[in-house]
Design a protein around this ligand. Structure first.
Ligand code: ATP
Ligand code: MG
Length: 423
């Protein structure tokens, strides 16, 4: 049925069972991260546009083409977050004093907005689950973030996922590399797409991340960041590789990964899933030690990652993974008349008080309709209360999957609750 206002393109309405799956995935992610000591942080969806211009970067696809930016009523340019990292870092710098205890480990989950062309796995409103670690200087902080993501994908039983890592060097190594790639691409200038032509001087690293097919083929034999990194970056990278081996987290070095955001230095990585021969990125991350100081904040090393929730949920469906999600509805208590209705309401409220997900008819339907409703809604147990039950003080409970009926004493509600709670 079409309503007078439609949904915006690239945005989704989620209903059960999809919304239940989404919640379950989010829960698995949060639980996994909390085992590693990550605590939740919540930051606004709306930030000053300047924050993203200066962090994600003027030359990135996000800032150039994808941001939901508008003027608020005070004529200030504001942007709906296209990602979390910049806002989380801003929040940390704004709120923490010199006596903050480092490292800080935060997790978050929420919507992001990018005005992209909607297609499979690409939305204009999408959810990210992510982690950020501040003040963790060594490769061990990177290991922490990667390990949580690996745990999550494993717990979700995702098949065919791979971790790919690369080192793009610290700001000094990056400078040397940028000169080399600029020289390499200058010769091919005419063949670059219009966006990449403007990137050549601004930030040639972006060209390696361009989705345009002709640009992709031009950079196939481009110099690799890994050949330009200093001894310190190399030793960090080697240490990380060794610790991944020790942690039994399989990985491959992919020297082509540079990531789409400007703020990364040293480590960048992605978790990708093979979908019919092409690789889908489900998680991206890396180190961004210079971001705080470049925004006028203190020197603060940082590393983090973000997982795209919709892509994960789609893969779970496509790969036929069963996370055994139940809608949680336990027992539906039907009633026949006014007297048994009061009895039913009392019973349902008592059960809810003791942690049983119980329900009853709230529209005054006949017994047949109540039973049909309970069946459609997937209640595990159904009970019918009538004059006989009220008089005898007993209640019959039917297990809808087996058809077995059990009788319980209404005055010993503990027995009833114990019995259905565990099933
Ligand atoms: P891509 O190369 O696919 O555009 P990206 O580099 O722009 O990804 P990030 O900014 O690193 O993505 O965001 C982290 C994760 O968020 C991605 O790996 C992906 O799973 C998810 N993601 C990014 N953009 C979208 C989108 N428009 N719709 C749904 N998920 C997205
Ligand atoms: Mg993108």
């Amino acid at each position: 049925m079409s309503f007078f206002v439609d949904r915006l393109r690239g945005m989704q309405d989620l209903f059960p069972p999809e919304s239940l799956l989404f919640n379950e995935v989010e829960k698995i992610m949060k639980d996994s991260a909390s085992f590693y000591g990550f605590l939740p942080i919540r930051t606004p969806i709306l930030e000053f546009t300047e924050l993203f211009d200066r962090s994600v970067g003027d030359s990135s696809d996000i800032v150039q083409k994808e941001m939901y930016t508008f003027k608020d009523k005070s004529d200030r340019s504001v942007t709906m977050r296209p990602e979390f990292t910049a806002g989380v870092l801003r929040a940390v710098v704004n709120n923490y004093s010199d006596c903050a205890v480092f490292p800080l480990k935060f997790m978050y989950c929420g919507p992001c907005y990018r005005y992209e062309k909607p297609q499979v796995g690409r939305f204009r409103e999408f959810y990210q689950f992510g982690l950020e670690i501040f003040g963790g200087d060594s490769f061990l902080a990177d290991l922490e973030a990667i390990s949580v993501a690996y745990d999550i994908l494993t717990k979700l039983k995702l098949k065919n996922f791979k971790l790919e890592i690369n080192c793009i060097g610290c700001s000094k190594c990056k400078e040397k590399y940028l000169n080399a790639i600029r020289d390499f691409l200058s010769i091919k200038y005419d063949l670059l797409c219009e966006t990449c032509k403007s990137r050549l001087n601004l930030n040639p690293l972006r060209i390696l991340d361009c989705k345009n097919e002709s640009c992709k083929s031009l950079v196939l034999d481009a110099p690799e960041t890994i050949d330009f990194i200093c001894d310190s970056c190399r030793s960090d990278f080697e240490n990380l590789k060794e610790s991944l081996d020790i942690s039994k987290i399989p990985f491959a070095v992919n020297t082509r990964i540079v990531r789409g955001l400007d703020y990364y230095t040293k480590l960048v990585f992605e978790f990708v899933v093979d979908v019919g021969g092409s690789l889908l990125t489900v998680c991206g991350g890396g180190r961004y030690d210079n971001l705080s100081s470049s925004l006028g904040g203190p020197l603060m090393s940082a590393t983090g990652l973000a997982i795209g929730m919709e892509r994960i949920v789609k893969l779970i469906n496509d790969q036929g993974i069963d996370l055994c999600i139940e809608n949680g509805r336990k027992i539906f208590v039907c009633y026949l008349d006014d007297e048994s209705r009061s009895f039913a309401v009392d019973l349902v409220f008592k059960m809810r008080k003791f942690g049983v997900k119980a329900d009853y008819d709230i529209v005054g339907r006949g017994l047949k309709s109540q039973l049909r409703y309970a069946d459609k809604m997937g209640y595990k147990f159904v009970s019918v209360l009538g004059r006989d039950e009220v008089r005898s003080g007993s209640v019959n409970v039917k297990d809808m999957s087996t058809g077995v009926v059990e009788k319980f004493d209404i005055n010993d509600i503990g027995d009833l609750i114990r019995n259905i709670k565990t099933r």
